[in-house]
Ligand binder design. Structure first.
Ligand code: SAH
Ligand code: SF4
Ligand code: F3S
Length: 461
């Protein structure tokens, strides 16, 4: 059978990154291999995101590019999957009739049969049925072309929280946790293939195992992951503040592999706005959780998500957010302008905030963010960080890049003897701080030292 090529464009969150890897695994039996070249692809899949309007625009502008290629190569199959596919369904093919296949978030496991259908019958197909939501298909095995130190592992799908601004519960469905045994098996398989660090993914990992009766909640799952031999670091995202239990906070002290970083989206510092967002916690509750975390693990890095310009947000509410940001002293945070999403409760809220005010508030907080992040990063100059080497630096090809335990990117020169290998955990002394990264010098040797001594021979028995 002729080998075919699939090119996958991933937009949106880490869950989509994980799902795109699943797509590669699922399509392997149909003889598809991944390619990074769009012009060589027999099949192009867009894994889309609908969290904000801008994310959706990206999909349509990419489709505009694809239609030109499709005119030249009409046999190329175009598939749109992910959250926009789930939300828009048939409207996508009406708007862009050259799309061959629309597969929603629940249809991931059915991807091979959908592709087969389009190949055999040369007909379009739309699958946004929520059928199969309880049986997501997971396949273990490496999909990486190159060596990799880190991997994402989705531990649960969907969300039950229904924050009033958010599309996720509608496009990903209700919370469903995977079985612990299946997750552990997948991580063992990744470790066997050279992965040193996993990030466990869920929209609210604190809710893991609460509904399904697998007899294992999130802190218990973390404990079992921590016991996996050969795995060196564990991260997770995202954790909803309202469900952040003391047991999970204690895990940062108990579990040696759990990295000292938590992403704890606060969204707003105003109780009035938090209530309208349906977040289920108050400003005071959030601050108490932060204080507990810092007590248990004083070096913990805390990052967050913040929305400015939520309907009804007044100047005093915004000031409360700025004040909270300074009080917590986040290591960094993602800042978003409220974006109207179809059919979510906030779309019907009155007192919408105008674009100009949203823009002003965004700029104000962005300045605070830059100042805080740089200050926090500068405080690390002179320290030695255990950096997990991930690959070549994006800044300079002479440098390698990795992450410190607190999740900051650290770039470092690999020296003439180039001893750092992907997957090494290397002590690096930090010499300079920037707003998005740190620069350092390795103070130890990587595994490559062994290869150097052997004249570059790596396969010594
Ligand atoms: N489950 C995670 C968040 C997933 S979405 C949690 O609850 O923490 C990532 C971030 O996108 C959210 O934290 C929120 O800050 C932002 N976001 C979601 N919907 C948005 C909207 N309609 N407009 C602007 N930002 C939004
Ligand atoms: Fe969206 Fe809220 Fe669920 Fe996060 S917790 S995915 S913001 S509904
Ligand atoms: Fe986007 Fe869907 Fe993730 S809306 S943020 S890709 S869950």
């Amino acid at each position: 059978m002729k080998e075919k090529r699939v090119h996958i464009v991933t937009m949106g969150c880490q869950m989509n990154v994980y799902d795109s890897e699943q797509m590669v695994r699922l399509l392997a039996p149909l003889n598809y291999r991944p390619t990074s070249h769009l012009d060589k692809a027999d099949l192009v899949l867009l894994n889309t995101c609908s969290i904000r309007e801008k994310a959706e625009h990206k999909v349509y502008s990419f489709l505009g590019r694809l239609v030109r290629i499709k005119r030249l190569r009409p046999d190329m199959i175009i598939g749109v999957g992910g959250c926009v596919a789930q939300q828009e369904g048939y409207r996508l093919v009406e708007r862009a009739p050259y799309i061959d296949m629309v597969f929603g978030t629940f249809a991931l496991g059915r991807l091979p049969s959908l592709v087969q259908y389009v190949e055999d019958r040369k007909k379009r197909i739309v699958d946004i049925s929520p059928r199969g939501a309880l049986e997501p298909l997971y396949i273990n095995g490496p999909v990486f072309e190159a060596e990799r130190a880190t991997a994402f592992v989705t531990i649960m799908q969907g969300c039950d929280n229904f924050c009033t601004y958010c599309v996720v519960p509608y496009v990903r469905g209700r919370e469903v946790s995977r079985k612990p045994g299946e997750i552990l098996e997948e991580i063992r398989c990744l470790v066997e293939n050279g992965v040193s660090e996993v990030t466990l993914l869920g929209q609210n990992v604190n809710g893991y195992g609460q509904k399904n009766g697998h007899g294992c909640d999130f802190p218990a799952l973390l404990e079992r992951v921590n016991d996996i031999a050969g795995l060196r670091r564990i991260r997770f995202t995202t954790s909803h503040p309202k469900d952040l239990s003391d047991r999970l906070i204690d895990a940062f002290c108990r579990l040696d592999k759990l990295a000292p970083h938590i992403h704890l989206p606060v969204q707003s510092g105003s109780d009035r706005v938090l209530r309208r967002m349906h977040r289920g916690y108050s400003r005071d509750f959030y601050l108490k959780k932060v204080a507990k975390l810092s007590k248990v693990r004083p070096d913990i890095a805390i990052t967050s998500d913040i929305i400015v310009g939520f309907p009804g947000e007044e100047a005093v509410d915004f000031e409360a957010t700025v004040d909270l940001v300074r009080q917590v002293g986040f290591d960094s945070f993602f800042l978003f302008k409220y974006s109207e999403r179809p059919n979510v409760p906030a779309a019907r809220f009155s007192n919408k905030v105008g674009d100009a005010v949203k823009g002003e508030r965004f700029s104000t907080l962005l300045e605070v963010q830059k100042e805080l992040t740089l200050k926090k990063n500068k405080a690390l100059v002179g320290t030695t960080q255990e950096v997990l080497v991930e690959g070549r630096s994006k800044k300079s090809p002479d440098q390698m890049a990795g992450r410190a335990p607190c999740n900051r990117i650290v770039n470092f020169a690999n020296g003439a003897d180039a001893t750092a290998c992907v997957g090494d955990i290397l002590p690096v002394r930090i010499v300079e701080a920037f707003s998005h990264s740190l620069l350092g010098n390795p103070v130890g040797k990587g595994r490559g030292e062994y290869y150097q001594e052997n004249g570059g021979m790596s396969n010594v028995a």
